[in-house]
Design a protein around this ligand. Structure first.
Ligand code: HEM
Length: 256
């Protein structure tokens, strides 16, 4: 009998030890659980590349200005120490905002020819032009023709499903024009933008006053030039004849 009592006591002791072991280890197991969970959440975030890219992109963008402002602050702090530092004159980067929208006062001059509003502003180097046609086809202007369309420096623009097409042409006959690049010249449009509504097309562009191209016309600040304007109500095809066309004149500002 005493043998069975000893066995029972041994079993009870083993059970007690096992219980003690579990209880003493439990707090160590509990903190481990969230670590595992957060590791798995982290791996879930990594497995959503779009989210992580979208988050990291602005962070990179924010870093750049911070670095720039640090540089600026350093320069400002250093300025009094160097009497030779002089203020930098502001540089005029652009005369108008070439964005496909024309705001009040954006251009110094405007006129209306054949239903097309023509806006322009120049300095000593470039001419910025805005055209607004009452159609959804191309809109175009030709500078300084010799005989009807002959010899004019044409710029034609069209907007189709939000995409602007702009081309530098030259009047190679009294009633014809073709791309400068086809006629041995160069496309000299420096910058352009366009926008279209149901009943209106806006095209803005910048060209050099003197590109030096044989298929352009030199324009001189302060000069006055005849212009041709045309648009097609529906077609974006530059080879299709105008719905309406007219002539007018632009006078450029003297060089500042
Ligand atoms: C493929 C395109 C073009 C074709 C087939 C074409 C055709 C013609 C024809 C046949 C004429 C003479 C008949 C008329 O007075 O209507 C003409 C005149 C005229 N075109 Fe065009 N044209 C085209 C593009 C342009 C463009 C892009 C402009 C202006 C930016 C323009 C402006 C004019 C003007 C102002 C006249 C009258 C000229 C005058 O009589 O003094 N044309 N065009």
């Amino acid at each position: 009998m005493s043998k069975w009592i000893l066995i029972a006591l041994g079993v009870a002791l083993a059970a007690g030890f096992a219980t003690w072991l579990v209880l003493t280890q439990w707090p160590a197991v509990v903190p481990a659980a969230p670590e595992t969970a957060s590791a798995s959440m982290a791996s879930q975030a990594t497995s959503v590349p779009m989210g992580s890219q979208a988050t990291s992109a602005p962070a990179t963008a924010e870093t750049a200005p911070a670095a720039a402002s640090t540089t600026t602050n350093t320069a400002v702090a250093a300025a009094p120490a160097s009497p030779e530092l002089k203020p930098i004159a502001p540089v005029r980067v652009t005369l108008s905002s070439v964005d496909g929208a024309i705001s009040e006062g954006e251009y110094a001059h405007s006129t209306e020819i054949a239903g097309v509003k023509v806006y322009w502003v120049n300095d000593g180097r470039v001419l910025c032009v805005g055209l607004v046609s009452p159609g959804t086809g191309y809109v175009a202007v030709g500078f300084d023709p010799v005989d009807r369309m002959l010899g004019a420096n044409f710029i034609l623009g069209s907007v189709d499903e939000g995409i602007l097409t702009i081309r530098d042409d030259y009047g190679n006959a009294a009633t014809a024009h073709d791309a400068d690049t086809t006629l041995g010249g160069v496309d000299n449009v420096l910058s352009a933008a366009g926008h279209q509504w149901a009943d209106q097309t806006v095209v803005e562009f910048v060209i050099p006053l003197n590109s030096g191209d044989s298929t352009d016309k030199q324009l001189v600040p302060g000069g006055s030039y005849p212009i041709l304007v045309a648009y097609n109500a529906l077609s974006d095809d530059f080879t299709v004849r105008h719905s309406r066309r007219g002539t007018g004149r632009v006078t450029l500002d003297p060089a500042p």
